[in-house]
Design a protein around this ligand. Structure first.
Ligand SMILES: [Zn+2]
Ligand SMILES: [Zn+2]
Length: 153
């Protein structure tokens, strides 16, 4: 969703709240990740002493495949982020800042980038998942075979 920041940039002390969902149809375009719910965003922009901040949280559920036993499972996330927003690129390009496109900003893009950067690349269905037997392929969480396994990641 595009949010207009003109007032926020212009008026010290001004703030603007937002809360909406990124639908699953838009999330289908995100490569490598499967969302099982829409992403619920809630946050605000505010101008503190002339500096504009964005703080928000993203809540969603994601479908993962366990890296050890290949079982599918879903996991809930509730992530929080904070950024400084500037109206245009002033000097060098600084990754710590988010640059608004003129007077408005596309929050979906920021949120998806933040989320994907903070999601783990390797996920286990549970911390002590025993994985699959390297020899016979059985799920070692459910049964024990006679093969010797070393499933350390
Ligand atoms: Zn597992
Ligand atoms: Zn086995």
């Amino acid at each position: 969703m595009k949010i207009n920041l003109k007032q926020i940039f212009d008026i010290v002390g001004e703030s603007k709240k937002f809360g909406y969902e990124i639908g699953t149809d838009e999330l289908e375009g995100v490569k490598g990740f499967t969302f099982s719910t829409p992403v619920s965003l809630e946050g605000r922009f505010y101008n503190r002493a002339g500096v504009v901040y964005l703080e928000y949280s993203a809540a969603f559920e994601m479908l993962h495949t366990c890296d050890r036993c290949l079982k599918e499972f879903s996991k809930n996330y509730d992530l929080s982020f904070e950024h400084i927003v500037v109206p245009s690129v002033s000097n060098s390009d600084n990754d710590d800042y988010i640059v608004a496109d003129g007077e408005s900003i596309e929050v979906n893009e920021i949120a998806l980038t933040d989320m994907l950067l903070s999601l783990p690349t390797k996920v286990l269905c549970r911390e002590d998942c025993k994985g699959l037997c390297m020899v016979c392929g059985c799920d070692l969480n459910e049964k024990q075979c006679d093969h010797l396994n070393n499933n350390e990641l």
